[in-house]
Structures are given as C-alpha cells and as structure tokens.
Design a protein around this ligand. Structure first.
Ligand SMILES: Cc1cc2nc3c(=O)[nH]c(=O)nc-3n(C[C@H](O)[C@H](O)[C@H](O)COP(=O)(O)OP(=O)(O)OC[C@H]3O[C@@H](n4cnc5c(N)ncnc54)[C@H](O)[C@@H]3O)c2cc1C
Length: 415
C-alpha cells in the first residue's frame, strides 16, 4: 500500500479470512459436502499464500506454489489431485480470483486454456511431459488463436501451416497472447488452406525451444502483473509428436475447448463479483456519514441489495451449468448430445452474463463505497481493471451474443 488512509479497524475486518467467511455463507448451501471440503482446503491454501503475494511483482513466481497442490487446473485428474471436474474448476477460479484476480487470470490461461488440451489430444510422451511442466507450474502456457486481423472471426485464420516429412511448420502472427512473454508452451492454431479453414485447421503445441517464436509484450495498464504479448511464429517447426489436431481436427478441438474455457472464465468472473460485493458490504457497514453507517442510507443499501440478488443468480447459474457438464458430459459413460448442445450455448450465456456482471458489480460497489475504492487501500480498483480486461478473453461480449442468437434461430428447426 503506497499511502494508507483507511482505518486499521476497517482493514482488519476486510481480512481475506472474513471475505471467505461471507462468500462461504452465500455459496456453501448450494454445494455438496465434497465441494465444501475442496473449498475449505483451497481457502486455507489461499490464506497461507496471500501474505506472500507482492502486488508490485508479476504473478509468475506464484505458479509453482499452485502447482504443488494441484491448483493449476482442476478440470481433469492430474496425479492424485482429487476431486476434479468442471465444478471444481469453477470453484477454484472463483476462490483464486478472490485471493488474487491477476494470478487467477494467468492461471486460467496456463492451466485451462493451454493445459486442458494436453489431457484430451496428442497423447504422446512429449505432450505428457508438457502437461507435467504446466501442471507443476514449472512452465507457463498460453493459447494462440487471435491474430491482428482475425479477432472474433476465430475460424478464418491467416496463420499458415505447411506439412513436412516429420512435422508441421507454422507461420503467422498472433495477438493478445496471455502469459506470452513468460510462456514456454503455446497451443497454436493455423490452417493449411485459408480458403478452407474448417477442414484444414491444425492445433499444435509450440514450444519456445523449437526456435522461430518471438513474443513482444503489449502495454496493458489494467493487468500490470500479467504479461500479454504480440506473438510471432516465424517458420516454427513443430514435430508431429506435438501436434494435437491435424487436418481439420484442430477446428473441432478449438470449439470443444471453448466450452470448458468459458465455464472456467465464468468462475473467475464469479469470484470478482463476490469479492467486490463483499469488500463493499464490509466497508459500507463500517463507514459512517451523517451519523450512521452508509449502508443504512437507502441509496447505498438498495444498490448493494440489488447486486446481492444478481450475484446469487450468477452463482447458481455457474454451479448448475458446471454440475450438468460434469454429470451429463465429462463423467458420463455416454455423453448426452442434448446436454452438449445446451452447454455450448449456456457456457456463452454464462460467460457473457457473469463477466459483464463482474464489471457492473465493481463499478457499482465503487460508487457506493466512495473515493477510498479507487485507491490501493482496497482491492476494488484492481478487481474492476481485471473485470474490464477479462471480458474480452474467451470471446468478446458480442460474440457470446452471436452464439446465443444462433441457438435462438435454430430453435425453429426443432418445431
Ligand atoms: C486482455 C486480453 C487477453 C486475451 N487473451 C487471449 C489469449 O490468451 N489468446 C487468444 O488467442 N486471444 C486472446 N484474447 C483475444 C480475445 O479473444 C479477442 O480480443 C476477442 O476475440 C475479440 O477480438 P478483437 O479484440 O480483435 O475484436 P474484433 O473481433 O475486431 O471485434 C471488435 C468489435 O466488433 C464486434 N464484432 C466482431 N464481429 C462481430 C459480429 N459478427 N457480430 C457482432 N459484433 C461483432 C466485437 O464484439 C467487438 O465489439 C485476449 C484479449 C484481451 C483483450
């Protein structure tokens, strides 16, 4: 903290332990015993980690700490870290966001966006080695879909792949590569034929060690502890053992991966929603103006009540969507086609709704708290900055709406 103007007694009440206590009282009634035990262990881990976090340093030295306890991701089983599944990933994302929203941003890019494909595709010794490095936090990972001229239109890529005897060469430029400057591994997408991207898309695990990959950090003020890059793939030769999807399989893998990615991002956003609201609730109960706690002024109290209702709705949506994904798809012997269709739309609805809500919650809470909330005396301003930034990742707002609208149009086909 550069200069403290907040009262010590208020700061004491804002301790992370208390924030978790309020979060738990709102979330635990929706959880099973196994989920609650998972949350308790994770929160204890966060309470130990929190004092070691230096907000003037980037987040990357913290990743091996997460790795030690299997908290780089929890969608898939890695070693004997249990329990796992999308619901656990959503809870991990939410609780890690409360602990450190920028660390969570880097974690989800490395563990979920880059790490998740290593559990489903490739299945070579080389990919398992990549997985181990990512899951222990020894190496950082990124995903490279977006290009300078291909943002929302993630299908029509300009990155060109060329087949050789023993591998595939990637040539192209990517942008907004979260973790890029710090990453060793990059799940990268390119096409053999720009006129036929769907049937020719390739998904490869590019290692910085292959040579030809360069990352240049972008200046993004709102997440100073996370490095995000312009990434250049200049004749990068990727051996076949590192190819996760060839000849159009890359296209299917990309879209299959977006569902767990968006559900996870919904979890991160949920954590920021609750974190902002809880800090606001504590502060406005303690801060007095005109002789009474400001929460008792209707203008403040009703605004926070409105946000509580929305945050509870967001939590039940996120947990319900994750439960259905686990029960009917991830752990099901015969995954339900109906549930797959539903979750493809609901993951977009949830990502759209909760990430927008996290920005709204931060903004509204800041207005209710007053000036203190834009100083570094409370985490509010960091939370709004991360919320603003994370609304883009995993597809910007309109693209989620485009996907949801597509589902609405198809509804007529079923009649
Ligand atoms: C901080 C940050 C981190 C990111 N991390 C990664 C990452 O790790 N890896 C990665 O590959 N990408 C990453 N992204 C990229 C992110 O997914 C893109 O920003 C997003 O897909 C939108 O692309 P764009 O920014 O080029 O916007 P554009 O596609 O140029 O869109 C500009 C505007 O037009 C709208 N628009 C575009 N097409 C339509 C349409 N058909 N209908 C209606 N509206 C439309 C968009 O919604 C947006 O409002 C990140 C972005 C940011 C900002």
């Amino acid at each position: 903290m550069q200069e403290k103007i907040i009262k010590d007694s208020t700061l004491e009440k804002m301790a992370l332990e208390n924030v978790f206590k309020i979060f738990n009282s709102n979330i635990y009634p929706m959880l099973k015993d196994e989920d609650i035990q998972f949350c308790e262990e994770l929160e204890n881990f966060c309470l130990e980690l929190h004092p070691k976090i230096d907000k003037n340093q980037d987040v990357y030295s913290l990743m091996p700490e997460l790795g030690k306890y299997g908290y780089i991701q929890r969608i898939n089983q890695y070693k004997d870290f249990t329990p796992f599944g999308i619901k656990k990933e959503v809870l991990l994302a939410a609780i890690m966001s409360i602990c450190d929203p920028q660390l969570e941003f880097a974690r989800i890019a490395s563990g979920n966006l880059c790490g998740n494909p290593t559990f489903h595709h490739g299945k070579t010794e080389e990919i398992f080695k990549v997985q181990e490095e990512l899951m222990t936090g020894k190496a950082i990972g990124s995903i490279c879909i977006t290009e300078p001229d291909r943002g929302s239109d993630a299908v029509n890529l300009n990155t060109i792949c060329t087949k050789t005897d023993d591998g595939i060469i990637f040539n192209g430029k990517k942008v907004f590569t979260t973790n890029g400057p710090k990453s060793k591994y990059f799940v990268s997408y390119g096409v053999y034929d720009t006129k036929n991207p769907r049937d020719t898309m390739v998904q490869g695990m590019v290692s910085r060690d292959f040579g030809g990959l360069e990352t240049k950090r972008l200046k993004i003020n709102s997440v100073p502890r996370v490095h995000i890059s312009h990434t250049i793939l200049d004749n990068v030769r990727v051996p076949m053992e590192y190819i996760l999807g060839d000849n159009g399989d890359g296209y299917h893998n990309l879209f299959d991966g977006l569902v767990p990615e968006r559900l996870g991002l919904m979890g991160s956003a949920l954590g920021r929603c609750w974190s902002a609201l809880i800090y606001g609730l504590i502060y406005t109960n303690l801060r007095k103006q005109f002789g009474r706690p400001i929460i008792q002024h209707q203008g403040v109290g009703f605004g926070l009540a409105d946000l509580l209702a929305k945050n509870t709705a967001a939590a039940s949506l996120a947990l319900q969507a994750a439960t259905i994904y686990d029960d009917k798809i991830l752990f099901a012997e015969n995954p339900s086609k109906e549930a797959e269709k539903w979750i493809a739309s609901v993951s977009s609805q949830g990502k759209y709704f909760v990430s927008k809500l996290s920005h709204e919650t931060c903004y509204e809470v800041q207005q209710q708290m007053g000036g203190i909330s834009i100083t570094d005396n409370t985490p509010l301003d960091e939370l709004i900055d991360v919320s603003k930034t994370e609304e883009f990742i995993g597809g910007a707002r309109n693209i989620q709406l485009l996907i949801i609208q597509g589902r609405l149009r198809r509804i007529m086909n079923d009649l």
